[in-house]
Design a protein around this ligand. Structure first.
Ligand SMILES: [Zn+2]
Length: 710
């Protein structure tokens, strides 16, 4: 992710560094950049014929959509095709997308609402509220393409000048600090995170980073595709430097130097799967120890240059990275370091510069890495930029227009029902001893929830938004967030803060906060439909709630106690049994093929798959309990029993198409399985599914080796 994309996605990306929030889906990306290490979404609906989704209208998605189904298929043979076959056929990927599913449909629908709000807010009217003025001017800066194009790369000049002026290694360090303050993620990450052993307080955290490709394996794998990607990356860097005014020869040499340097960083980087284990992110030490470990980083000067609160302890994630990179600070020439910083500065800014930069960025990130055919319409990129940069300002008119109190009440009832079901589930587990059950129940009891939007909105009054200064606006908004985060070092954890903006179509569990969070953006069809019956809603948002709750008990969450601290609450025998059961899940999903010969990584996706399986199990328990009190829930409707509607409602949340490029990228980087396997992988483990659809023994949707954790 580039810094500006991060700005768009708000603070959620930052949290990924050391203590990932656990999302429902690999969602809502894209934005101005279409560039990230992650995929894109949005765009047109089936009804829209145009290749470009830019000016088309996306209808509000439907829950329990009979028209989406392919009834020529036996549900026991391929439940995904049965539930989603026609949707997939009728909803090809719009040309400006690399992935198109129900999430995207809803995200695009939300984006249209934001678009209307911003078009109105961008009109220079003295009666605008300060909030509307801020978001309107940011959007207005972004939409003024003529002005942006006329400036070329000029808005980036101050940053490039600063890099060009570096003459010593000490200045290299202070310039990295300066770039970090603007959100440019050069070389490593730095910020505040909850202390793993005292989650109520935030401490300083430094983390590995600094790569331009989506994962370390892109630099190190020897297969033909990876070699091709590296060659394309070098060409891409080269073209960007030519756009900045370098000769093609010089640009080529510079690009190769960057590839050489980033390859060394990749070699020092710990694999994604290992980073899932909290113990590999748990390295608190004195600042003096860090300085001794990696003296060339000159951390004392770096921290001073950043200007945040002072501190004596820091979590280092992982120490290995800093130890291995330390000699490079000296052995790599200053000229190459400057080239590296220049690359990361332009890489992050490209989506906000003139058209040639935007296009070159899209050609590599959007087209080559993700398989999108066409750049998104400018308004879409500008809406997403504003949401990422000033999300809790733009979120205010959004919730006013879309989120009513009745939605919150029904949602609260469902959360309660799901929590009760998980409690019952824990007590009924035949593989867990009473001792561990007691601890699990206590953790569940401590989980809190947030629904819709923050109680208190973030105050952006100090962020200067100057109409006509797009890059400057984005940098100042980003700098505000970076500073806000930095100032939390030594401060108490604020559990009321949100890690996603209100219009976001996603949800998350936060391990140190031990809470589940559902932005207003996801509380709509196909997830949550106030006109649909309980069976459908329990299959939609009910499973999502169950999924987030189960994250508290997956391979990562299970290592945290109810107070958010990294603490073992398991007996050894129970932990062994848990590991055996999660290994079953890892093996199951590891056998699924994402694209060509690329399998899903069962260990990378283990937490999400565990959450999916637990989520559907407890959501169905909650539905049964509700039906025991209200027999009308069990009525057959539209030819389907309540349980059938539950499973179809669940599956239809995951109808999607994606490009082969995106399937490959996600298989290597995304902890979530693709929709197809989120459906098949869970139902084949679930005996209630086989019963609901009368599947005969030996059916494809019945696993001979069904896995069961929660
Ligand atoms: Zn999740």
């Amino acid at each position: 992710m580039t810094n500006l994309q991060k700005a768009k996605r708000g603070k959620t990306m930052r949290c990924k560094r050391a203590l990932p929030l656990v999302f429902l889906g690999s969602l809502a990306l894209g934005a101005l950049a279409q560039s990230g290490a992650a995929p894109e979404k949005k765009a047109a609906h089936a009804a829209v014929k145009s290749a470009s989704a830019g000016d088309t209208t996306v209808a509000q998605p439907k829950s329990f959509d009979l028209g989406a189904m392919d009834k020529t298929v036996d549900p026991c043979d391929d439940f995904y095709q049965y539930s989603c076959g026609n949707w997939r056929k009728n909803n090809p990927i719009p040309s400006d997308q690399s992935r198109w599913g129900r999430f995207n449909e809803l995200a695009e629908y939300n984006r249209q609402i934001l678009h209307q709000i911003l078009e109105k807010a961008s009109v220079n009217d003295p009666k605008r509220s300060p909030v509307m003025q801020k978001v309107g001017d940011m959007y207005g800066s972004c939409m003024d393409e003529t002005a942006v194009n006329a400036k070329g790369a000029a808005p980036l000049k101050p940053v490039l000048k600063r890099i060009a002026a570096i003459k010593t290694k000490a200045q290299l360090v202070s310039t990295i600090a300066y770039l970090h303050s603007l959100g440019v993620p050069a070389l490593f990450g730095f910020g505040a995170q909850p202390d793993l052993h005292n989650a109520s307080t935030l401490i300083a955290n430094v983390g590995q980073g600094g790569l331009g490709l989506p994962d370390r394996d892109y630099y190190l794998a020897t297969d033909a595709k990876s070699q091709e990607t590296r060659q394309k990356y070098v060409e891409h860097i080269s073209k960007m430097f030519v756009l900045l005014g370098d000769t093609p020869e010089a640009a080529k040499t510079e690009a190769q130097a960057i590839m050489a340097l980033e390859t060394k960083l990749a070699e020092a980087t710990t694999e994604r799967v290992k980073m899932r284990d909290p113990k590999n992110r748990d390295h608190k030490m004195a600042v003096t120890e860090l300085t001794a470990l990696a003296p060339n980083f000159q951390f004392a000067s770096f921290f001073a240059a950043r200007g945040g609160p002072s501190f004596t302890e820091v979590n280092v994630v992982p120490p290995d990275f800093f130890q291995k990179v330390n000699p490079l600070i000296d052995s790599v020439s200053l000229a190459d370091w400057k080239t590296y910083l220049r690359w990361h500065a332009v890489r992050g800014a490209a989506p906000l510069l003139s058209q040639p930069f935007v296009e070159e960025n899209f050609n590599f990130q959007g087209k080559y890495l993700n398989g999108a055919k066409e750049l998104q319409a400018r308004w879409k990129r500008c809406v997403q930029l504003t949401d990422g940069a000033l999300g809790e300002a733009l979120g205010q008119p959004y919730v006013q227009e879309t989120f009513g109190p009745e939605g919150k009440q029904r949602m609260l009832r469902m959360v309660n029902a799901l929590e009760e079901a998980l409690g019952d589930d824990i007590q009924s587990l035949d593989w867990m001893t009473p001792e561990t059950k007691k601890q699990a129940a206590a953790k569940l009891q401590a989980i809190s929830n947030k629904i819709g939007y923050p109680d208190q909105w973030r105050d952006y009054s100090t962020v200067v938004i100057k109409r006509g200064d797009l890059l400057g606006d984005a940098q100042r908004a980003r700098a505000f967030e970076v500073k806000r985060n930095l100032n939390k070092i030594g401060q108490p954890l604020d559990k009321k803060e949100w890690g996603m903006t209100p219009p976001t179509v996603n949800a998350y569990y936060n391990p140190p906060e031990n809470n589940i969070n559902f932005p207003a953006g996801i509380l709509q069809p196909p997830f949550f439909d106030k006109n649909a019956d309980d069976a459908v809603n329990f299959g939609g948002i009910g499973v999502v709630i169950g999924h987030e709750l189960t994250h508290g008990f997956d391979d990562q969450g299970s290592k945290y106690s109810g107070d958010g601290n990294l603490k073992n609450w398991w007996t050894e025998a129970d932990r062994q049994e848990f590991d055996k059961r999660t290994t079953c899940v890892a093996d199951e999903y590891g056998s699924f093929i994402a694209v060509d010969d690329v399998h899903l990584n069962g260990r990378l996706t283990l937490g999400e798959n565990t959450a999916d399986n637990g989520g559907i199990h407890i959501a169905l328990m909650a539905l049964h309990k509700a039906a025991a009190k209200d027999a009308s829930i069990n009525q057959t409707k539209e030819g389907f029993t309540a349980e059938q509607r539950f499973f179809i409602g669940f599956a239809q949340v995951w109808c999607e198409n994606h490009t082969p490029e995106t399937a490959r990228l996600l298989a290597k980087t995304d902890p979530h399985s693709p929709g197809q396997y989120r459906v098949i992988g869970t139902v084949e483990n679930n005996p209630d599914f086989a019963k609901a659809f009368n599947c005969k023994p030996g059916s494809k949707m019945i696993s001979a080796n069904a896995c069961h954790v929660w």
